[in-house]
Write a protein that binds this ligand. Sequence first.
Ligand SMILES: [Zn+2]
Length: 77
Amino acid sequence: MKKCAACARESGDGRKYCRYHAKALEQLKSHYDSWVEAYGGISWQDYLQRLQKMEEETTGQWVREVIEAEMKKKEEV
Ligand SMILES: [Zn+2]
């Protein structure tokens, strides 16, 4: 079984993340879309870096773990 990119859980079905982190990534991506609208274009990596600097209570643990995993793989969006 394939493991989640952000934790040790099984991700299943060739997915990159487990269900918890996949959900966190969905939240990240929809939030990213509103940032792009508000700021007129920000790269995925810039967005992740900005979020990483925010308070943990703002983002949440699952989201933070996805951010860390995403930042390790810069070529993927
Ligand atoms: Zn996970």
